[in-house]
Design a protein around this ligand. Sequence first.
Ligand code: C5P
Length: 284
Amino acid sequence: MSGTLLHCPAPAKLNLFLHVTGRRADGYHLLQSAFQLIDRCDNLDFVSRDDGVIRRTNQIAGVPEDSDLIVRAARLLQSHTGSQYGADLTLHKILPMGGGLGGGSSDAATTLMALNHLWQCGLSRQELMELGLRLGADVPFFLFGRNAFAEGVGEILQEIETPDCWYVVIEPGVQIPTPAIFSSKDLTRDTKPVKMSVFPSAATNNWKNDLQTVAVTLFPQVDEVINWLKNFGDARMTGSGSCVFCAFFDENSANEVLKQVPDRWASWKAQAMKQHPMYHLVQT
Ligand code: C5P
């Protein structure tokens, strides 16, 4: 057991649409969204330890270990299962923070999956999703591991078929703190709920992200990117921003757009994925 190494990609997500349908008494928002996995990933290495110690091998500057989501995920699994094992955690960060791509949540979910496997805890996918929800509203989706129609605060998930396509994703150069968007007095919280059966036309039918109206007011840089990318199709923000995406049904069209993105913005092409690459790690 000690020293066993596991290398795991932690994919990003896009919210193909996002409707805020209400607010719970605890301040969390009820929403509906279509979560799409894409093949742009952080990378994590896990080395198991016999001594119960959990530590990051490469600390993020300015992030104390207690608020580091992958350390918190590992400690949560350890205390929940009573496992005597520990782990060295190494995160190779690719996904931008404050980008609405779910990078932090995906890292946490991948940590739960990987250590559940390495430590032989035997938790089911459902149990891991319940544990993950304690770390963040998007974490259960990454443990669910398939494209999903989400309700509740994001934890009620049903698998959906989504378009097999490429996305051009542009980073406007700002990090958006999620609470700043959700707590805005200008956020509409009463979008009429829709039925899941209307999907996948949702992805292409000009549906919207309710968080975008607030984000573009607070962060005009996001608006600038949306307006630019709209020249090529239906451009929309993911999550609470800041990243903006547009779908293309053939790879060449995505490549052509990518070539034209102004240098001041980081951009890339991502392909829709059907499953989390580590989906198989959870057996039940
Ligand atoms: O759950 P997570 O830590 O990702 O959420 C960050 C913040 O976003 C929460 O503290 C809350 O302010 C807001 N949020 C919300 N409703 C959701 C998800 C997030 O209000 N469904």
